[in-house]
Design a binder for this molecule. Structure first.
Ligand SMILES: Cc1ncc(COP(=O)(O)O)c(C=O)c1O
Length: 472
């Protein structure tokens, strides 16, 4: 369906890259044509990783010296962001196709959010959860009604919200709620309440790094150094309907699943899979938890990812975080009234969760994202970007890129081999991308991205993929 991206069509891209190289002093001074093993020459990096200036080098080495290092970082210091762009300490502009791992839905340095934060910071930032706070109540109401009362896209039967500070914390709370639920259900069913604590999670899932959430994040690299993990967690194959019988049973208190796996490589759950999960949870009296931390809040083109599925696929609990306040830390657990009613005073708590500042920011951000025209923009640009990735990348390198998949603006490119080195090749052309499990690359720009900006990002990525293809 996609027209092939011909060799001659690439010529203007290379010309554009040359112009960029000339106009960027730092790039021009150090960029060299990348001679590949073959006779083919690919475009020069416009944003090469060069020796940082003295102040940048000092900032990086201070960071290295005094922080516990759990991430492998490039030698670039980003100091500013605006819209879909990030800027480094040398003033170089990068197109952001990662949105801070699906956080900056409204882009960087959104002026309206900056205004709201400033205003609220001048009023009050934190009182503690020992007192009521007007913004938390308003935000909870908005979240619940956005799920429950949208006639155009029915969501689950939400009733109440608990505010946390991150995605991990939201999942951790959801798992605790499920453990309590399990005991109550077992008692009602005349079974041993101490035995109904099993949690079923899935291959390639990511739910966080605290001990509970990590127990549901099946990845030996993340889990093994911290074993033994929380008892009762099992991992079932994702999207395998027939396999579920072996995992979900009377001792299960919860099943936790991402409607679209993010870190796992951008894999949407099939409708049949979610429907079967719903049915099995009802049979055994377990709660179905949807982790929409990465795929929720507009990213898929609907406000909530589960709104892509019919009501017989819907959860009892939904967790959210990342874009809720566009980068200001906040997470939330949203449950049906039935679940909320089992949680009593003293059962759970947090010092910072649901602060006036976080909730006021989230109110502003969420109100904008839930707007019908905003969501229609996400669907429109998402479909366009997916087509462009198909035309300019997959059709040009069909044996290297075997699939373009996803929904809205959470898109994945499936590579035939490990694409880790592509991240640097893209960054050295001014484009930020991130990988995901199973040799895939995630494309998740800020949701405000225009088609023209998306096209520019695809052009930069096409140049990087040319280099990657040539380095087989
Ligand atoms: C689906 C999903 N769940 C949970 C988390 C953990 O969220 P956080 O990093 O905010 O703790 C992430 C983070 O990437 C995620 O993608």
């Amino acid at each position: 369906m996609h027209a092939a991206f011909t060799r001659s069509a690439l010529t203007p891209l290379r010309a554009a890259a040359t112009v960029r190289a000339v106009t960027q002093r730092r790039a021009a001074s150090s960029a060299a044509a990348v001679a590949t093993g073959s006779t083919k020459t690919v475009s020069k990096p416009t944003h090469p990783d060069t020796e940082p200036d003295a102040a940048t080098a000092a900032a990086i080495s201070r960071y290295e010296k005094y922080t516990i290092n759990t991430y492998s970082r490039p030698p670039v210091l980003f100091t500013r962001g605006s819209g879909v762009h990030m800027y480094d300490s040398a003033g170089r502009e990068f197109m952001d196709f990662s949105a801070g791992i699906a956080v900056n839905a409204l882009g960087h340095s959104d002026p309206e959010l900056a205004r709201v934060l400033h205003e609220q910071a001048n009023q009050v930032m934190h009182f503690s959860n020992l007192f009521y706070n007007e913004h938390a109540g308003r935000l909870a109401e908005l979240l619940v009604t956005s799920v429950r009362d949208d006639p155009s896209a029915p969501g689950f039967n939400a009733g109440k919200v608990f505010f946390a500070n991150s995605g991990t914390e939201a999942n951790e709370g959801a798992l605790k709620f499920a453990r309590k639920w399990g005991k109550l259900v077992a008692e009602k069913r005349g079974r041993n309440p101490e035995k109904k604590y099993g949690v079923v999670a899935f291959t390639n899932a990511f739910h966080g790094r605290s001990l509970g959430a990590l127990s549901a994040t099946y990845n030996p690299k993340y889990q093994e150094p911290f074993a033994p993990l929380v008892p009762g967690f099992v991992t079932a194959p994702f999207n395998d309907v027939a396999g579920l019988d072996a995992f979900v049973n009377e001792e299960t208190c919860a099943v936790i699943v991402e409607p679209v796996q993010g870190e796992g490589g951008v894999h949407p759950a099939s409708e049949e899979f979610l429907r079967t999960l719903r049915k099995k949870c009802d049979e055994v009296g377990a709660l179905l938890i949807f982790d929409e931390i990465q795929c929720g809040i507009g990213r898929t083109g609907k406000l909530w990812a589960h709104q892509h599925y019919p009501t017989d696929c819907h959860p009892d609990i939904l967790t959210m975080a990342k874009p809720l306040a566009n980068g200001f830390p906040i997470g939330a657990i949203m449950t049906t009234d039935r679940v909320a009613d089992t949680i009593k005073i003293g059962d759970h708590g947090t010092t910072f969760g649901g602060s006036p500042l976080a909730c006021r920011a989230a109110l502003s951000v969420f109100s904008r994202i839930r707007d019908a025209s905003f969501l229609s923009h996400v669907r429109d640009v998402g479909a366009h970007l997916e087509r462009q990735l198909g035309t300019h990348l997959q059709e040009r390198h069909p044996s290297l890129i075997t699939e373009v998949r996803g929904r809205g603006l959470i898109l994945g490119l499936q590579f035939a081999r490990d694409p880790t080195s592509l991240v640097k090749m893209a960054r050295e052309r001014g484009l930020i991308i991130i990988t995901a499990a199973g040799n895939s690359v995630r494309i998740m720009p800020p949701l405000i991205i225009t088609k023209e900006q998306a096209d520019k990002g695809v052009r930069l990525l096409a140049e990087a993929v040319d280099e990657f293809a040539a380095t087989a």
